[in-house]
Ligand binder design. Structure first.
Ligand code: ZN
Length: 150
């Protein structure tokens, strides 16, 4: 990755950490799931408002490291207006990118989430980046009220 691109990515992460998007409690949420990453101590509560199979609104509360906060902030922005299936597809692509299975990151498919591609070089941080998505996955499948990365 080019150095200037990496710098840009870091700037986006810092920005989302300083000013998290959709950082609020949602009244009358249709789904509410708590996520916890014991390795780092990241905690979040994800709220979703559903319109049929479309995620009409997403927000979160919680506290965590810069990576986990930026990841959930970006995620709540990107999944708004997406169908459950589209969100699950994104989760899969994001997971492949973060765990480094997909050598060539498909930047177009992943959009803004590419700013978190750098975590693949830091295995201990992968769970910080994927916590939001595991929580989303549980919320969409209506499986659990809380998820843990361990
Ligand atoms: Zn973390």
């Amino acid at each position: 990755m080019f150095d200037d691109l990496r710098d840009l990515y870091q700037e986006v992460i810092f920005d989302h950490n300083r000013n998290p998007r959709n950082f609020r409690v949602m009244e009358n949420a249709d789904r509410q799931v708590e996520g916890f990453n014991p390795l780092c101590g990241d905690r979040l509560t994800l709220f979703l408002k559903m319109d049929g199979s479309v995620i009409s609104d997403a927000s979160f509360q919680g506290s965590g490291c810069a990576i986990s906060t930026a990841s959930v902030s970006l995620m709540t922005e990107i999944v708004k207006g997406k169908t459950e299936q589209e969100a699950e597809d994104l989760f899969e692509k994001f997971h492949e990118m973060a765990t480094g299975k997909d050598e060539e990151v498909n930047l177009e498919a992943i959009g803004k989430l590419a700013v978190l591609a750098g975590v693949r070089d830091y295995p201990a941080r992968v769970k910080c980046a994927t916590l939001a998505w595991h929580t989303l996955d549980a919320a969409l499948k209506n499986q659990a009220e809380s998820v843990s990365t361990e």
